[in-house]
Design a protein around this ligand. Structure first.
Ligand code: TYM
Length: 329
């Protein structure tokens, strides 16, 4: 049996990128593997330290996990800050992590560029905490989107370094995973870049059918192909990328053909896309709304998840301490 670990930061509602990049793959794996899926609330503090929002964000993401089909009977679902062992492993891993390699991380450089006024040490060491999340359960697989590839590479480097320094084969090579295919990047609806929580370009699992239709109809396109078989502009490619994820191959073929023969009407393409997104999102949304108001159920999921996650984490941290030379008196 393989161990699978993944998580999502609690900085806002989950969108199609989170769902198709990470959550859906995890859900498919939950029955056959030893699975841990957590809410990265410590990580949210690197950019969103807001006491008024912290709890409500965690509650929303938890409801969204469960509404999407994560099953607390088979997978361990927990809140990162409920498992303080991760903070200890993070501290220990930091002792073998070089500031230079952290400064070169793409996500860190991007954060500095976007928020030069808040370059905190938590941001710099973000990949170490992420490695601690993964290594805490000694994960074989980590279902994530394309944007997390570099963090996973760093996790493997930290794991190898630990094994080398202490002459052990303790941490595994944790591999990024997408069910049977390449990692995905779900693009935004604004013509460039990936779909993100704070980019204003996303469709959220909690969006109403009307919101989804409105957002898709407003998505950026272009003036249409001028001649047959011309290459697609980035905004149109992005629409097709999402279509390939949510629609049937027949639908994709139909619109590709229309594009190639210059007969495409973007209005029709968008209408179809909106309906196919709604088919995925609407049932999830209904479950989220139901679950969100069931405080007793949420509390039980959190309590059970914490117990199971801590049992696994406690074992790892005890073994790491022993490997590093900590001894009881
Ligand atoms: P976060 O919260 O930004 O995103 C959560 C997951 O969603 C995926 N994702 C996407 N996939 C495809 N297309 C998109 N547009 C898109 N946007 C987001 C991300 O790849 C990710 O899988 N550092 C992580 C959270 C984290 C974590 C971990 C993940 C903390 N510790 C340990 C795995 C294991 C993050 O910020 O993801």
């Amino acid at each position: 049996m393989k161990t699978v670990v993944s998580g999502i930061r609690s900085t806002g509602n989950l969108h199609l990128g989170n769902y198709f990049g990470a959550l859906r793959n995890f859900i498919k794996m939950q029955h056959e593997n030893r699975c841990f899926f957590f809410i990265a609330d410590y990580h949210s503090l690197t950019t969103h330290p807001d006491p008024a929002l912290l709890h409500v964000n965690v509650k929303n993401v938890l409801s969204e996990y469960l509404g999407s089909g994560l099953d607390p009977e088979v997978a361990t679902i927990y809140i990162q800050s409920d498992v303080p062992e991760v903070a200890e492993l993070y501290l220990l891993l930091n002792m073998h992590t070089y500031v230079g390699e952290l400064e070169r991380t793409a996500s860190f450089k991007e954060k500095i560029r976007k928020h030069p006024d808040n370059v905190n040490a938590g941001l710099l060491t973000y990949p170490v905490l992420m490695a601690a999340d993964i290594l805490l359960h000694r994960a074989d697989y980590v279902p994530v989107g394309k944007d997390q590839e570099q963090h996973l590479e760093m996790t493997r480097r930290f794991a190898r370094r630990f094994n080398n320094i202490y002459g052990v084969e303790y941490f595994p090579e944790s591999m990024p995973y997408n069910f049977g295919q390449e990692l995905v990047k779900v693009p935004g609806l604004d013509g460039s870049g990936k779909m993100g929580k704070s980019e204003g370009n996303g469709i959220f699992l909690i969006d109403s059918d009307a919101d989804i239709r409105k957002k898709v109809m407003r998505a950026v396109t272009d003036e249409g192909p001028k001649e047959p078989n011309s290459p697609m502009s980035e905004p149109v490619q992005n629409i097709f990328t999402i279509l390939k994820i949510v629609s049937s191959p027949d639908t994709v073929d139909y619109f590709t053909e229309k594009y190639n023969t210059c007969e495409i009407r973007y209005g029709d393409l968008k209408k179809q896309l909106a309906e196919d997104i709604i088919k995925t999102v609407a049932p999830i949304r209904e479950r989220i709304l139901e679950i969100r108001s069931d405080d007793a159920f949420l509390a039980k999921v959190v309590k059970d998840g914490k117990e199971k996650a801590r049992a696994s984490a406690d074992k790892t941290v005890a073994e790491v301490r022993e490997i590093m030379g900590f001894k009881p008196f």
